[in-house]
Design a protein around this ligand. Structure first.
Ligand code: HEC
Ligand code: HEC
Ligand code: HEC
Ligand code: HEC
Ligand code: HEC
Ligand code: HEC
Length: 677
């Protein structure tokens, strides 16, 4: 069957073109509008899917190139010659994935050439960059004869390249092993952030050994997939040979991984029942245990299914390993959960699809296989025959038309995806906090007898006050909490709460953290965004405040300990609310000291927590302290509804109005804006 009529091929190519279309739109937006709108990355998680999957995975998947080249040219197993070209091509495309992924991920891609000339010999990233560049060049040279074969003028070049094949192969193997392991070295730096089941001083060794196993698996996978696509027989006996070698490598890997854990005394963590132990065994099961069992089975009998399953599982398992080291296992320590945005997934899929299409193009048009697939049919577009009034020609769309159609569909979906992403980023955008102000409020009992209505009389208070107002109300000072500056304010009778909680001694009940020498630091000093977490720690500022170079040992008391938050002196030892310490703020976060939750969470944590507790004594029907309207102005049932409320404007006035004005209804709920807070 020719490729033009092969439905598998038609559908696969259409899907690949579609994914390329989606990714193209996202890539354009990424360069036009930056990483902020196209990714879910944050300062706490600056490396995401593009690094974890495209770069780490791309390099790992390219390992087939050096493994097969070594088998054929160094160990002289000539029978594997048939798979050298596809393996080299896969490796080359894998590295292209790395480069494209990096170009899209780094902030200023036009600087990517810099490592070539500005050498930073202390940086593992420098080694990674140089190896990627050199090895991609070597792979291109190794593959060049396949392309040049088509041109008669290139004969002398090919002859030259053939002569230098062996040196090229050796250079390639050296660069590639160096690079596979140096990716592991790179992650030695993130030591303290990584879960101990993955972190090890032997990471470079883990990476290298697994790369060899993965290389063998990847060559098998690629051969199986393309054979399925073009409906031809895979080279089963070659593949069986590869899996036999893989069995040995995987066993070595398993022993190294577990032996390393045992040696470091961390083996117990693999059985502690935590999520990370489960993840560890899923990874080991997919990458090592299941494939070895399957490959051993495949030795006896024909076992094609065992080879197929084994190599697919192994490849997926090692890609998972790279993702675990590159990010997933960091969650255990940092507590920062990162979920890639759909746009990020789209770009990664698009890169893989694009390179898949290049692979298929080369297979169809060059001599990648010893026996290339039959040529694509020539396509005659259908046309009306004027004589017989019948359509003649192919009823199908041609290759190019199909591709164009798929790309157009992809572009449409890509635009929708980016729109959705931009919208969701806008909604979750930073909402910095405006500090609270003091205000004079009028308090009147509600009609239903439950609680009071609070209304702003004046946004400023000259002095503490509690005055009765004509008409049954009470004029008192409160804190006007309008942290969004949008008028969706909450009036907090601060003085009344102080009084209730013990006056001068009350402060520590609510003010759970203070800046030194302060008795009651405003919450907004640390809880600086409405919804997002804020890192409150400023290293340089502390060094200055604590006497410069003398300060270091105040916090880093153990010279040999890692300089992390967990190992440094506890923030609370200087910043606790002064004793007697009986704060009502219940903190739930242990992981990284110094990260303060969003303002809404802080306020609800304090205010609602106590109000709910206070209510416990009364009958359910009488509970009003925890109703949203006790603190918020309007009735609403959900957060989303609340945010749609029209803003609440406060009349500007320098001092409380005379009683007449209060009685006359110049209340906070209406009127004109009195300038920004
Ligand atoms: C330590 C416990 C506690 C904390 C913390 C607390 N409250 Fe209260 N609050 C009370 C109690 C008790 C009352 C009831 C007083 C009464 O009815 O005499 C009250 C009453 C109120 C009222 C008046 C209700 C009415 O209609 O009369 C408002 C408004 C209020 N609190 C807002 C807040 C806000 C806003 C916060 C957080 C910034 C907060 N409270 C934190 C205990 C607390
Ligand atoms: C019921 C809880 C509670 C108690 C008790 C309490 N405060 Fe506060 N205090 C708050 C809240 C809530 C805020 C304002 C929210 C913010 O800063 O974002 C605040 C703000 C303040 C501010 C800053 C106001 C501003 O304009 O920035 C000062 C000063 C302050 N409190 C002092 C005290 C002192 C002094 C005491 C003890 C006598 C005390 N507070 C007792 C909850 C409390
Ligand atoms: C000096 C900085 C600082 C100030 C001031 C501060 N907080 Fe916090 N707050 C934190 C940090 C940091 C955390 C995280 C837990 C921890 O490390 O203690 C936190 C945690 C909380 C939590 C627990 C949230 C959770 O889910 O764990 C609540 C509630 C809270 N703060 C409320 C307040 C209120 C209300 C005020 C003002 C009265 C306030 N905070 C003032 C730094 C501060
Ligand atoms: C107030 C306590 C404090 C003082 C004083 C202090 N450190 Fe730190 N240091 C920390 C904490 C906490 C971290 C972890 C920082 C983080 O996680 O962001 C840290 C991190 C570090 C790091 C790791 C690199 C980094 O930035 O993440 C180094 C190096 C370091 N400190 C050196 C010093 C030196 C040198 C001094 C004296 C000039 C000093 N520190 C003074 C608390 C302190
Ligand atoms: C050895 C005592 C000490 C330790 C430990 C310490 N701090 Fe401080 N911190 C200070 C002093 C002193 C200041 C006052 C600095 C100034 O005046 O600028 C301060 C100021 C601050 C401020 C207020 C800075 C501002 O913006 O005004 C924050 C927030 C803060 N520290 C957070 C932290 C966190 C988070 C940690 C733990 C990672 C920590 N501190 C550990 C002594 C300490
Ligand atoms: C005891 C007082 C209290 C109660 C009860 C309360 N809140 Fe709040 N809430 C606050 C305070 C204080 C803020 C901070 C307001 C600000 O800074 O503008 C807040 C903020 C919010 C915000 C964020 C405001 C914004 O501009 O995005 C939402 C949403 C919210 N509350 C929803 C609710 C809902 C829903 C309920 C009822 C289940 C509720 N609150 C009950 C005190 C309360």
């Amino acid at each position: 069957m020719t490729p033009a009529q092969n439905p598998r091929l038609i559908v696969t190519k259409a899907v690949l073109w579609f994914l390329v279309g989606v990714a193209a739109v996202v890539a354009v937006v990424r360069f036009a509008r930056g990483l902020g709108v196209t990714t879910a990355l944050t300062d706490a998680t600056p490396w995401g899917m593009w690094v974890g999957f495209d770069v780490m995975g791309g390099v790992a998947l390219a390992a087939g190139g050096f493994v097969v080249a070594a088998t054929v040219y160094i160990f002289r197993r000539e029978r594997y010659h048939a798979i050298v070209r596809p393996a080299i091509l896969t490796a080359f495309l894998g590295y292209l994935a790395v480069i494209i992924g990096l170009m899209i991920d780094i902030g200023r891609p036009w600087n990517i050439w810099r490592p070539m000339f500005h050498w930073n010999l202390h940086s593992p990233l420098f080694e990674v960059a140089m190896c990627v560049m050199l090895y991609t060049t070597v792979l291109a040279l190794e593959f060049a004869p396949v392309v040049l074969e088509r041109f008669s003028w290139a004969v002398p070049i090919i002859r030259f390249l053939r002569r230098v094949t062996l040196p090229l192969v050796i250079l390639g193997i050296a660069l590639s092993t160096l690079h596979q392991s140096s990716l592991g070295t790179l992650f030695l730096l993130s030591g303290a952030r990584m879960h101990p089941l993955w972190f090890s001083p032997l990471l470079p060794v883990h990476f290298l050994v697994s790369a060899v196993g993965l290389g063998l698996g990847m060559v098998t996978v690629e051969s199986l997939v393309t054979s399925w696509l073009y409906r031809r027989q895979p080279e089963w006996d070659l593949l069986r040979g590869l899996t036999r070698a893989a069995t040995v490598v995987l066993s070595v890997y398993f022993v190294v991984r577990l032996g390393d854990l045992a040696w470091r005394g961390e083996l117990g963590r693999a059985f502690d029942g935590s999520w990370f132990a489960v993840l560890f065994w899923i990874e080991m099961g997919m990458s090592t245990l299941a494939p070895v069992a399957l490959f051993l089975r495949a030795r006896k009998g024909d076992g094609h299914w065992a080879i197929t399953w084994g190599s697919f599982l192994m490849t997926a398992g090692f890609v998972l390993h790279r993702a675990d080291v590159g990010g997933i296992s960091h969650i255990a320590v940092t507590g920062q959960v990162y979920v890639p945005a759909p746009t990020e997934v789209a770009v990664s899929l698009g890169i893989v699809s694009g390179l898949g299409l290049i692979f298929l193009f080369f297979v169809e048009n060059l001599k990648v296989w010893e026996e290339p697939p039959p040529a694509v049919d020539h396509f005659t577009p259908a046309a009306m025959d004027p004589v017989s009034s019948q359509y003649i020609g192919s009823p199908w769309l041609g290759e190019g038309q199909r591709a164009a159609l798929a790309v157009i569909c992809g572009v449409v979906v890509g635009i929708a995806l980016v729109e959705a992403q931009v919208e969701s980023r806008r909604r979750s955008a930073a909402r910095p906090i405006h500090p609270p102000r003091s205000a004079a409020v009028e308090v009147t009992p509600r009609a239903d007898g439950k609680g009071h209505v609070f209304e702003v009389v004046s946004p400023t208070v000259p002095a503490a006050m509690t005055e009765a107002v004509a008409g049954g109300g009470l004029l008192q000072d409160a804190i006007l909490i309008d942290s969004g500056g949008e008028g969706r304010l909450v009036l907090f009778p601060h003085a009344a709460h102080q009084r209730r909680l013990g006056g001068e001694a009350s402060c520590t009940a609510c003010h759970h953290r203070n800046v030194p020498l302060d008795r009651a630091t405003s919450c907004s000093h640390c809880h600086r965004d409405m919804y997002r977490w804020t890192d409150t720690f400023d290293h340089a500022r502390h060094v200055v405040a604590l006497d410069q170079s003398l300060s270091c040992r105040v916090c880093h008391r153990d010279r040999n300990a890692a300089r992390t938050r967990a190992e440094s002196r506890a923030c609370a030892s200087c910043h606790q609310a002064t004793p007697p310490h009986l704060t009502r703020v219940r903190t739930t976060r242990e992981a990284e000291p110094g990260l303060a939750p969003g303002y809404e969470k802080a306020m609800h944590g304090l205010c609602l927590g106590c109000h709910r507790e206070e209510e416990k004594g009364v009958a359910v029907a009488d509970r009003s302290l925890s109703r949203c309207t006790t603190c918020h102005r309007d009735e609403f049932a959900s957060d989303a509804e609340m945010r749609q409320r029209p803003p609440f404007t406060v009349v500007a006035a320098t001092s409380p109005e005379p009683e007449g004005a209060v009685g006359g209804g110049v209340r906070g709920a209406a009127g004109t804006t009195g300038g920004s807070p």
